[in-house]
Design a protein around this ligand. Structure first.
Ligand code: C5J
Length: 220
């Protein structure tokens, strides 16, 4: 068993059963005119983690470990979009509406795309997810089982919504989960801090946290 220096204590992992899950590093969350900005959020915090997320992805690729990407998006006919999700909040444009980058959070639209910096390599798994959690209505669990993954490292946005939801779903399914603190971000720094504190509280009740540097040292 190898180790990553982490909080609340060292994260033990087997390099042969470890994967990176990069949550929703999409234009819609990182660019003006996207879904995140339509809710009144300043996207600069998301843009700021791009180099760190890139380093983490490259570290996993260099170590020969799987990288899985997720995208929050819906079918063009909106059949997988509950009215409650479309109606929630008061965005200037709603999911499915036409915005500056095409239809908001709709599969195949320009704004829904993963940022160029993280373009998935051929063979990397891309999960299109209609929910905040990446296990809901997707093949993620099946894909992880096929890969033999047992330990998961998480990056992406936003910490307290899609990252934390997915991590909790994974924890309940028996995966050991670590979030890379500086490779995740929220539009609200206090929400990020609270989410990370909750994850590692009570003896890693949901998982571990570590810096990207610590993760890269651990997997090198
Ligand atoms: C949100 C996400 N925040 N990817 N999506 O709506 O966290």
């Amino acid at each position: 068993m190898a180790e990553i220096a982490a909080l609340p204590f060292a994260f033990g992992f087997n390099p042969g059963t470890t994967a990176l899950i990069v949550i929703d590093m999409q234009r819609d969350f990182a660019e003006a005119g996207g879904f995140g900005a339509s809710l009144g959020n300043d996207v600069s915090r998301v843009v700021a983690i791009v180099p760190t997320v890139k380093r983490l992805i490259e570290g996993f690729r260099a170590a020969g470990l799987p990288v899985i990407h997720t995208m929050e998006c819906h079918r063009p006919d909106l059949s997988d979009l509950p009215p409650a999700k479309r109606d929630r909040g008061s965005p200037s444009i709603r999911i499915g509406d036409v915005g500056p980058m095409g239809r908001v959070l709709i599969a195949g639209e320009p704004g829904t795309a993963i940022l160029d910096e993280f373009a998935p390599l051929p063979g990397e798994i891309v999960i299109e997810k209609p929910g905040k959690g990446a296990f809901y209505a997707t093949a993620l669990n099946h894909d992880l089982k096929r890969l033999g993954a047992r330990q998961l490292v998480f990056a992406g946005v936003t910490t307290e919504v899609c990252v934390q939801t997915t991590m909790r779903e994974a924890n309940d399914r028996g995966y050991e989960c670590l979030v890379a603190e500086d490779a995740t971000e929220s539009y609200f720094p206090e929400f990020k801090a609270a989410a990370l504190a909750m994850i590692r509280a009570q003896g890693a009740i949901v998982g571990w946290t570590a810096t990207t540097e610590q993760v890269l040292e651990g997997i090198a």
